[in-house]
Ligand binder design. Structure first.
Ligand code: ADP
Ligand code: ADP
Length: 229
């Protein structure tokens, strides 16, 4: 679902991320780990063409679409429905005056997709009654799961998650991760996760890439990479 070759992202004369190879298949979870500033977010955002003012070279394919040569329209479809971005504070991205249910129905209509919002809420273990609430009336963990529910309703095949749980307390983190793991198995989702939290990564990732100063310094099966001292 994701295929990256020889990716290089530069801001001005500075190369901030270089990724020779990154593949995520359906049903697989790959994590990018590394210290703050190592280029993780830049790599993730570049996959959806969301790095502003960056110079990008290399090949990026997401859901079969060549992201670097795709039309704005094709990119919007990929970003809006097939490859969903789940970020640290999803509440900030939601319109404060729109109820969650309205928001979800609008997104479905925009992409001409028929799906049951209540079923999507249940799939992420959220009470469908929350659809009547406004974004500020739900917790951070609920907002994260709502972002995932939205992706599910839209039929996303890929989830790109940037530090999806770092704003949450530990029990809520575990809930969000449990939801992601279950969906990964049941719906064959491809998940690319960016995180600095190795404990979290070890519970969900099949493979891990370690970035340092913009370079991939290690990659392989999660158990091997994370076992290293
Ligand atoms: P990480 O996600 O690992 O914390 P980032 O990908 O956010 O790292 O950042 C990698 C480097 O790229 C950092 O040094 C950051 O300052 C730089 N960077 C990120 N976005 C921009 C931008 N829009 N313009 C210039 N430099 C940026
Ligand atoms: P994170 O901690 O998630 O890596 P940052 O705080 O590094 O996030 O960056 C937040 C935002 O600021 C991002 O959109 C990133 O692109 C932008 N950014 C980061 N570093 C720079 C920079 N040196 N110049 C311009 N924008 C930057």
């Amino acid at each position: 679902m994701i295929e990256v070759r020889d990716l290089e992202v530069r801001y001005g004369s500075r190369t901030v991320a270089r990724v020779p190879e990154l593949d995520v298949a359906a049903g697989e979870c790959v994590a990018i780990v590394g210290e703050s500033g190592s280029g993780k977010s830049t790599t993730l955002m570049s996959l959806l063409g969301l790095t502003e003012n960056a110079d990008i070279s290399g090949n990026i394919s997401v859901c079969g679409l060549n992201v670097r040569t795709a039309s704005p329209r094709a990119l919007r479809t990929i970003r809006g429905a097939r490859a969903a971005l789940v970020m640290q504070s999803p509440q900030a991205a939601l319109s404060p005056t729109t109820r969650l249910g309205t928001l979800m129905r609008r997104a479905l209509k925009l992409h001409k997709i028929e799906a049951d919002p209540e079923a999507a809420m249940k799939a992420v273990m959220l009470d469908p009654a929350l659809l009547r609430r406004y974004p500020h009336e739900i917790s951070g963990g609920q907002a994260q799961r709502f972002a995932i529910a939205l992706a599910i309703a839209l039929g996303a095949e890929v989830i790109l998650a940037d530090e999806p749980t770092s704003a949450l307390d530990v029990t809520v983190q575990a809930e969000v991760i449990a939801v992601l793991r279950r969906l990964q198995r049941e719906r064959d989702l491809a998940i690319l996760l960016v995180s600095h939290d190795l404990a979290l990564v070890s519970t969900i990732a099949d493979r891990v890439l370690v970035m340092k100063d913009g370079e991939v310094v290690e990659s392989g099966p999660a158990a091997e990479v994370l076992a290293d001292p």
